[in-house]
Ligand binder design. Structure first.
Ligand code: FAD
Length: 466
């Protein structure tokens, strides 16, 4: 038996992009069907991404912080770690949020269909649900199918000792020796967690710096801290072979740091692949490129006028806050509102310890594109608050247009950099200049004061730091 549903808006995928779009469309009075293959809503971000990783990273940060308290006359015994409880604690956070989403869907009358959906015709999706086949005939559709971790062909990914980020979040054990393949945000966040739990970490990155995309001065400040905690960081080095042996996962390196080594566990975090090819978009005439991305215009519309796409599947930074904003735009456009996805910036944050955050133009991009900037840098070594929390490694950097003095970009490294960067995003979106930021009275002593001070440094209204 086939159950037939009709929808003004069918949303395929219930990650941050999909659920936001579904809820917004329902709030605008449209009849919405939300299709999700997994039993819980929330997608990668809530289930196996942003949220569980941040719960573990907080635990890691607390462990690291206790180590630094000796200077203030307090020493803690080495932590006793109960992995089962750690997992349960993390899972509880996830459950609270995903069940919250389910009830929000109910409240709005969004019909959720659990199962894998595929386009069958220009206006129809077929879903293999547990209750049998369901078809959803739609007026409009939003593809929000997300992404999945990239695997390297020929590597023993089926061996449980070779993990992707989802496996790593399960913290099945604390490996003595762990290799993180990929020095991007996801790999380094998980490295922060396992290092705090006691693993000896090596990181290997193909490019010439960790966190490609971030300015080197920020990465250097970050690296100064992790150098003391990690065993080795190999840059411009590639893993050329990986073999599962009785003694562990044997890895061969090629490039700047050639050699071989054996690890108890390896985390492969070399990027994510969009799920565009998994939805049979061709049946609806939607173009999917060779990588699996679905291109859209600024209204989030694909090449087919009543089919939209949002989130990781459309390309750009694969970030939850991008997906949610795109989701809103798609829903509003469908409802006939004049919406457009046109942000001046999408901030990036690595929730590592220390955190690294940046937004707008980076110094590297400015140089590459021949854009002149004026720079204000405030080192946290001159911040009373940073010294008080024993974290003077940080820095706050602001970039301004030399003519208009408006902010163009910002980079912050240090604890809570991810919280702090928000002010600079608002400044950029509002067209704030050096004086707007520098003369806004920031509370003292705070880390957020470093933003005002960095603007004053650029302005020349303060020159002495201490
Ligand atoms: P997804 O969250 O990937 O959701 C897509 C959903 O579609 C999934 O639930 C999937 O099951 C479903 N689906 C796919 N195909 C079908 C189908 N055919 N039928 C039915 N359902 C289908 N981003 C941040 O901004 N901040 C962070 O701190 C952060 N941390 C991260 C940490 C980790 C470990 C990882 C892996 C990612 C992290 N991200 C973070 C990225 C973030 O999770 C993604 O950018 C975000 O989830 C993308 O949202 P989305 O809605 O596009 O897709």
């Amino acid at each position: 038996p086939v159950k037939e549903l009709t929808a003004q808006v069918a949303v395929l995928g219930a990650g941050p992009g999909g659920y936001t779009a579904a809820f917004r469309a329902a709030d605008l009075g449209l009849r919405v069907v939300l299709i999700e293959r997994y039993p819980t809503l929330g997608g990668v971000c809530l289930n196996v991404g942003c949220i569980p990783s941040k719960a573990l990273l907080h635990t890691a940060a607390v462990i690291e912080e206790t180590k630094g308290m000796g200077a203030m006359g307090v020493t803690f015994a080495p932590p006793e770690i109960d992995l089962d409880k750690m997992r349960t604690g993390k899972d509880k956070v996830v459950k609270k949020l995903t069940t919250g989403l389910s009830s929000m869907a109910k409240q709005r009358g969004v019909e959720v269909v659990q199962g894998t959906g595929r386009f069958e015709a220009p206006n129809r999706i077929g879903v293999d649900s547990r209750e049998g086949k369901v078809t959803v005939a739609f007026d409009n559709c939003i593809i929000a199918a997300g992404s999945c971790p990239i695997r390297i062909p020929g590597f023993p990914h089926d061996d449980p000792r070779v993990m992707d980020s989802t496996d790593a979040l399960q913290i099945d054990g604390i490996p003595e020796r762990m290799l993180v393949v990929g020095g991007g945000i996801i790999g380094l966040e998980m490295a922060s967690v396992y290092a705090a739990l006691g693993s000896r970490i090596d990181v290997v990155e193909l490019k010439d710096q960790l966190m490609p995309g971030a300015d080197l001065d920020l990465v250097r400040a970050f690296q100064k801290v992790i150098k003391k905690r990690y065993n080795k960081i190999f840059l411009e080095t590639k893993v050329s072979r990986m073999e599962a042996t009785g003694a562990g996962i044997k890895v061969e390196f090629e490039g700047k740091s050639p050699g071989e080594d054996t690890y108890d566990k390896v985390l492969v975090a070399i990027g994510r692949r969009p799920n565009g090819k998994l939805v049979n978009a061709e049946a609806a005439g939607v173009k999917v490129d060779e990588h699996g991305f679905i291109k859209t215009d600024q209204h989030m519309r694909t090449n087919v006028p009543n089919i939209f796409a949002i989130g990781d599947v459309v390309g750009g930074p694969m970030l939850a806050h991008k997906a949610t904003h795109e989701g809103k735009v798609a829903a509003e456009v469908i409802a006939g509102e004049p919406a457009l996805f046109d942000p001046l910036t999408i901030p990036s944050v690595a929730y590592t310890d220390p955190e690294v955050a940046w937004m707008g133009l980076t110094e590297h991009e400015a140089k590459e594109q021949g854009i002149e900037v004026e720079k204000g840098v405030f080192p946290w070594a001159a911040s009373g608050r940073a010294l008080g929390i024993h974290r003077d490694e940080g820095l706050t950097k602001l970039l301004f247009d030399p003519e208009t003095k408006r902010i163009l970009g910002a980079g912050i490294v240090g604890p809570n950099a991810g919280e702090l960067i928000g002010e600079t995003v608002l400044a950029l979106e509002m067209g704030a200049d050096m004086e707007d930021i520098g003369m806004s009275i920031h509370p003292h002593p705070t880390l957020n004061e470093t933003i005002g001070l960095a603007a004053e440094m650029a302005h020349g209204s303060i020159t002495d730091l201490l």
